[in-house]
Design a protein around this ligand. Structure first.
Ligand code: 3PG
Length: 194
């Protein structure tokens, strides 16, 4: 098996990967500052809003201590756009061969989404040993991930989707889980209220 092009140093030790959905560009810096103040220095900005790429650019320019990834990277074009905006890693909800091959030779590591053992095996064959288990809770949560991990030695997971302060501990006790991701650290109501 080949190794992943860039080792996932950006995820090592962080344990929590906040997922940011930024609706207004003015929110980008305050949200990132709040995460940094809370000790969360590695985070993902989803490419689901029109301002996402500009937000990544701003955070990279004004908060160089943050490690910023782009989420919802669905294809090679979005991967390239994220890289051009200054993103330091990419996250995808699922896996396509085209995206995984593109990222494999790209300058930015990709955390590819997987939902089944077959997808993990495909990602592994393309050199990815760290994957995002998504949507984790809907797929059977800790029980499902534990069963999958047992059959897939050497693969590490970042479960995301439905993770809460109540269930994250159970995921993090699994030896195959390096970190958990999610949006719960940034409640929509709190963001609305500034
Ligand atoms: C993602 O984009 O990774 C998910 O939307 C995050 O899932 P959550 O909102 O359930 O935490």
């Amino acid at each position: 098996m080949t190794t992943q092009p860039c080792a996932p140093e950006w995820l090592a030790g962080c344990r929590l990967l906040p997922v940011m959905v930024i609706e207004n560009l003015e929110q980008a810096i305050p949200m990132a500052e709040a995460l940094l103040a809370g000790g969360l220095g590695v985070f993902e900005v989803t490419l689901r809003t029109p301002v996402a790429l500009a937000a990544i650019e701003q955070i990279r320019r004004y908060l160089p201590e943050a490690v910023v990834g782009a989420g919802t990277v669905l294809d090679a074009g979005l991967y390239d756009a994220a890289l051009a905006s200054g993103a330091q890693f990419a996250v995808s909800p699922g896996s396509t061969t085209a995206l995984l091959q593109h990222a494999r030779i790209g300058a930015m590591p990709l955390l590819p989404g997987v939902a089944t053992p077959s997808e993990v095996m495909q990602a592994r064959e393309l050199g990815y040993s760290l994957v995002k288990f998504f949507p984790a809770q809907a797929l059977g949560g800790v029980t499902a991930l534990k069963a999958m991990s047992a059959a897939l030695p050497g693969v590490s997971f970042c479960p995301t989707g439905g993770i809460t302060p109540e269930n994250l501990g159970a995921y993090l006790t699994l030896p195959s889980v390096v970190a958990v991701g999610g949006s719960w650290m940034l409640p929509a109501e709190a963001i609305k209220n500034g």
